[in-house]
Design a protein around this ligand. Structure first.
Ligand code: AMP
Length: 112
């Protein structure tokens, strides 16, 4: 399967990991948009939010519930932002479900 993030999960593509357990992985984004910019992904290949199956809810719930621990590990006590780009209009560029965890600076709204 030609998926960059599956390659990272398999250890075939290097990454700067910050958290890993049996079902999820968090690693630093190659092009950080904030002082801390981590991608949190399920190890299972789910292409996007739109393509989650009913049984994926527990996995994605686990992922989201771990975000606060990862944020705490990164020292983001002042807050953070969690973003999931989906599809063309959402500007999703990697077709493996991922959540951007951004922090270490004051965020603004609306996003671009
Ligand atoms: P999105 O545009 O929401 O699909 O986000 C994809 C993200 O993956 C972008 O922020 C990229 O900088 C990041 N990215 C792509 N390849 C890698 C990689 N090999 N290691 C870490 N981050 C990556």
């Amino acid at each position: 399967m030609d998926c960059i993030f599956c390659g990272i999960v398999a250890g075939e593509i290097p990454s700067d990991k910050v958290y890993e357990d049996e079902s999820i992985l968090a690693f630093r984004d190659l092009e950080p948009q904030a002082p801390e910019h981590v991608l949190v992904i399920p190890k299972k290949h789910i292409p996007s939010l739109d393509e989650m199956s009913a049984g994926d809810g527990e996995l994605v719930g686990h992922l989201v519930s771990k975000v606060r621990d990862i944020a705490a590990q990164l020292g983001l006590g002042g807050g953070y932002r969690l973003v999931a780009n989906n599809g063309k209009d959402g500007q999703q560029t990697v077709q493996h479900l991922h959540f951007h965890l951004l922090g270490g600076r004051q965020m603004t709204w609306p996003p671009g």
